[in-house]
Write a protein that binds this ligand. Structure first.
Ligand code: CMC
Length: 428
């Protein structure tokens, strides 16, 4: 006899119900049998922002927010950041296991052979205004790609799914680089598949027909590690969007276009951009205490601080802080770093932040690194999207092959007007 159950007494009726517990969750549908009378819809849970609702079973990413743990497929983020590469991590997330030497070589070749985009896509980027936000271009490019790869609609076909994964991972940096070159009014550089994934991306961004152009290995490595740190984060806002759109059996391009749109919000992937803007507004270390006071008064939030899941320390933030120092050895230091360090020091000693368990998150330092690498601020979220792409894809693949999944369709608590008769315009 198992005691993995929950006994609930409905005080409205005095009736008692036994609800099964599996994996430390109760099936929400089991609450539906709790009714006052037989015509009732039954009990639901109310959970705005899904703070305590598991929407899927997943074997991809594990987070223990209280202990500051993040693992992809069981591997600690610290080990992956130190010893792996972004493409290897992408393979791990998507396939579930680390690749053998041959598998990795084939995977890298496959991805790098899908880096060219259709010329129509290049022309589409040109059609944007000179000052278009590169996230708008990325979001649009993904939906245009849906129209270019008709086989993507066949989401039940494993071979077609695999093809789109390679195309998306291969082409996304090219679109991002084109968006950047468009922004600064320079001709596009076409992909060079002799380079590494991040090396090729930096090349497409920076190459200006120099005779002896070389990608800086420290910067390429730093970007690679930043991509690893962003590669997946279980059911965050954009991933939930990817899964929600995917649950309607829409193709992965439009699903990812929606995910990227969610990521562009300042409370999500847009936070690194917001951090740099905030540090610019603070302007000097000496203004930090007064800025913190205004945050505490509720005038605005401290960007790059706080996380829905991490209530100890974001383990990614620790690694990012170290990368910042590596990058600064190449690029020179950034005065914003001193303001950031001061802000962190003051906040971590302040009762307001301590009691609410608000610590720097991954975006607190990543923006400063991107700035030191001379990325314009509005490219930051695009970089986050490139890093997150394998996670979105892995989650989408898991969803498509999960027989328990159905089209996403949340419930609501209706508190609006009761039925009333339409009043003609002249009588209102
Ligand atoms: N600055 C000041 N106060 C804050 C902050 C902050 N950054 N974050 C949370 N709080 C306060 C909030 O006002 C509330 O206080 P009280 O209980 O007195 O009302 C309490 O802390 C709990 O906040 P919450 O809004 O319930 O927390 P949440 O889990 O819903 O929000 C968050 C998480 C990340 C949206 C939020 O911390 C935030 O807005 N941070 C700033 C934006 C940011 O850095 N986002 C990047 C997140 S990491 C990258 C990613 O995963 O996308």
């Amino acid at each position: 006899m198992t005691n993995e159950t929950l006994t609930v007494t409905d005080n409205r009726t005095g009736k008692t119900y036994e609800i099964p517990i599996e994996n430390e969750t109760i099936p929400a549908a089991a609450l539906r049998k709790i009714k006052v009378d037989p015509d009732d819809f039954g009990l639901m849970t109310y959970d705005p922002g899904y703070g305590n609702t598991a929407s899927c079973k997943s074997a991809i990413t594990y987070i223990d927010g209280d202990k500051g743990i993040l693992r992809y497929r069981g591997y600690p983020i610290e080990q992956l950041a130190e010893q792996s590469t972004f493409l290897e991590v992408a393979y791990l997330l998507i396939h579930g296991e680390l690749p053998s030497k041959d598998e990795l070589e084939r995977w890298e070749n496959d991805v790098m052979h899908h880096t060219f985009v259709h010329e129509n896509l290049a022309r589409m980027v040109e059609a944007f205004r000179y000052d278009a936000h590169p996230m708008s271009i990325l979001i649009s490019a993904l939906s245009i790609m849906s129209s270019m790869h008709a086989d993507a609609k066949d989401v039940q076909n494993a071979a077609a799914r695999k093809k789109q994964v390679l195309r998306i991972l291969g082409k996304l940096p090219t679109v991002a680089a084109f968006a950047y070159r468009h922004r600064i009014g320079r001709p596009y550089n076409y992909p060079n598949s002799d380079l590494s994934y991040t090396g090729n991306f930096l090349y497409m961004l920076d190459y200006m027909k120099q005779t002896h152009y070389e990608v800086n290995p420290v910067l390429a490595k730093a970007l690679d590690v930043l991509f690893i740190l962003h590669a997946d984060h279980e059911q965050n806002c954009s991933t939930a969007v990817m899964r929600n759109i995917g649950s309607a059996m829409a193709d992965p391009y439009v699903a990812m276009s929606g995910a990227a749109a969610a990521l562009s919000g300042p409370l999500h992937g847009g936070a690194n951009e917001a951090v740099v803007k905030m540090l610019g507004v603070i302007g000097d270390e000496k203004h930090v205490p007064s800025y913190i006071e205004r945050v505490k008064k509720g005038d605005f939030r401290l960007m790059g601080f706080g996380h829905r899941v991490y209530k100890n320390y974001d383990p990614r933030a620790r690694i990012v802080k170290q990368i910042a120092y590596d990058v600064f050895k190449v690029t020179g230091t950034d005065p914003l770093l001193d303001i950031a360090l001061k802000l962190e020091e003051v906040a971590l000693q302040d009762e307001y932040f301590v009691s609410r368990k608000l610590y720097p998150n991954v975006d607190f330092y990543s923006g400063i690194i991107y700035r030191a690498m001379r990325f314009p601020t509005d490219m930051f979220t695009v970089l986050f999207a490139l890093g997150r792409a394998p996670g979105w894809l892995a989650q989408w693949l898991e969803l498509i092959t999960d027989e328990e999944q159905r089209i996403a369709r949340p419930r609501q608590v209706y508190l609006g007007a009761e039925e009333r008769a339409y009043v003609p315009l002249g009588e209102r």
